[in-house]
Design a protein around this ligand. Sequence first.
Ligand SMILES: [Zn+2]
Length: 270
Amino acid sequence: MCRIILCIYFSLFSVSSFGWWDKEHQIVAIIAEKNLSHVAKKQVNILLNDDNLSDVANWADTIKSQSKWSHSKSWHYMNIDKNQNFASYKTIVGGDILWALNYFYQQLKKTDNPLKKRREALMFFIHLVGDIHQPLHAGKASDKGGNMVPVIWKNQSRITNLHKVWDGLLTQTDLSPAKVSRKIDNSSSSDRAVWQDASFQSWVKESSDLIENIYDFGDKNKGKKIINLGVQYQLINRPIAEKRMLQAGVRLAHYLNLAFEVKPPVTLAP
Ligand SMILES: [Zn+2]
């Protein structure tokens, strides 16, 4: 019994707020690469020293454990309480994901910023666009975005949590990120046009709107302390997670294209 409690404790508290796992962030980045304009691709190459977007897509998660970057943890999510609606949400001290998306996008666009600052801004932006499309990054404050909801996934013996299910267990596959990106990219040009025409705030709202369905665990889990999820839950929710990755990739490319677009030289009227 003691071992089970320890196991639950370890699995609930050890992960806190990791975003989509490596593979999911890479899939978002690969989709974005394919949709970059020629100009944006060139600028991104310079800023990233010829690394690809997918090479740096997880950088922002890897630095969180360093004391120098511990203040960046809250930039990966925002939690909205039950009694709080989206409109009344107030940014937390130190900044949340919506603040960070706006901040780093502005820093990236500032051509008079030092190269290092723009590079960091780009790496944060690439990662955070992925994070905010994982719906539980705009989840409930009461259970820390699903981190405190214990889950048995597909009858595995180790107890995990709902956040981890959405971070990667739901979309787990043997296929490479490149293959998954091709498989899930079924968007039409009109889909892309609608998705691109959306603000950072609306991305958060979309994630937040999915929360109710995410907590629909079916009748067999009613009243249970540990939720048992498997094939049925995956069948319903995997397409939603894949669509969110696709939207994130298309939107990341769109915002980078806008950030680096060549503006016509200003001319004075005669
Ligand atoms: Zn993250």
